[in-house]
Design a protein around this ligand. Sequence first.
Ligand code: NDP
Length: 480
Amino acid sequence: MEKIANYINGALVPPGSNHYLDNYNPAKGEVYSLIPDSDEKDVEDAVAAAKSAFAAWSELPIDKRSAILLKIASLIETHHEELALAECIDNGKPLKLAKTVDIPRAAANFRFYGSIITGFSSESHMTDVTAINYTVRKPVGIAGCISPWNLPLYLFTWKIAPALAAGNCVVAKPSEITPMTAYLLSKICIDAGLPKGVLNIVHGLGSKAGEAIIAHPEIPAISFTGGTVTGKKIATIAGPMFKKLSLELGGKNPNIIFEDCDFDKALSTSIQSSFSNQGQICLCGSRILVHESIYERFKDSFLEKTRNLVIGDPLADGTQIGALVSDNHLKKVLSYVALAQQEGGTVLTGGKQVHLNKGLENGYFMEPAVIEGLDYRCRTNQEEIFGPVVTLTPFKSEEEAVLYANSTEYGLSATIWTERLNRAHRVSERLKSGIIWVNCWMVRDLRTPFGGMKQSGVGREGGVEALRFFTEVKNVCVKI
Ligand code: NDP
């Protein structure tokens, strides 16, 4: 059985303890490879390698640093079939999604940061006519990057690429549930000629390897994407150490459908925003709020489309719903369907585990669920489920839509469907979400700041915000 290796000091190495964890193929419910169960010692080795590499990497001329990152982007593109297949087997997502979204976006992350670093500049200000102030931005040193399992390579590279571009060395940990593409990325980095120690990938459990990265005194900046509960725990460790922290956390995103929307577009995009990647995208719109005048029409059409979604082998052409990422996660999502019923909701379709055939009998598949009849304040409508489960709720007025939308502790993203320009702007203004899409979903511009409000996180990723995060700032004031 394949053993994944850590990537430390430019080499693929076993964990010091020689202990491994099982890595499951969620479509089969079977172990198919082994993951290093790394600990503090492995993180210590990674930090030592990063420390040794830092001076040379941070002082490398920017065009040379850029060229290496662009080479990594090209190699991700060259290996995209292999990476997409690995991600599909590791995660359970349809192969088509990995091929068209995850892997191209991972390459784009390296290409984007490899490019914009060459134009990254500091500011200079003339203060009246008495002084010149200029700002110097230097890499922080070693950045700790920790990512989740839902978009494994895409979110991993979303952190690593700006950290490296800004001149830092990195110690990174992918989710223990989906380590394979990060492992393949190690090999790509070796082929791309990334100097040894610049990027170090330590595999293993969040509670062990992850916490060792967070708590390490020589890692001054932490970029984390994952659940809000984990984010809080990380903040309690990193906060008193005064580390720079970027936390991209959970969401419970509203998808607001006004009566003046383009109905067909709202309908088809809502199917995607509800169930893409089995609903396991932090930006999925899990609360669909529909104006009462079109509620029944929308409901009927949405249910028909949901029932027609093809649940199947992630590797097969035509599969739209693959497996959930793990047995534990499937159980959690199913428990929310049960909770919704206890809370008085009606499951209009789906919500049951599916047992496929031809070797997939033990896979973690479920029918996408649509639930109605719930109060907007109940737990099902307040807590992140992170699976193929959406609620439908009618609203009477714009006021009520905004009230429902803003009622959760999260504020990651929101989608608005309306053809009225002033309404689009007015409602966007009132929503407490870090990202608002009008008449679209998941459209990405890498130059824009990305992140959530409230319990969805602190800090912003994307564009120059990420480069700034991974630098420390000094202001020099010269009297003239
Ligand atoms: P988790 O919070 O469970 O884990 C995220 C990462 O943190 C994993 O690598 C995990 O390792 C690690 N980790 C867990 N505990 C610790 C710890 N104590 N110290 C350091 N690291 C730790 O999230 P999931 O992987 O379950 O991902 C799903 C969550 O991610 C959802 O809440 C989703 O909304 C959120 N998310 C947010 C996004 C955003 O941009 N805002 C984007 C995508 C997802 P291990 O796997 O070993 O537990």
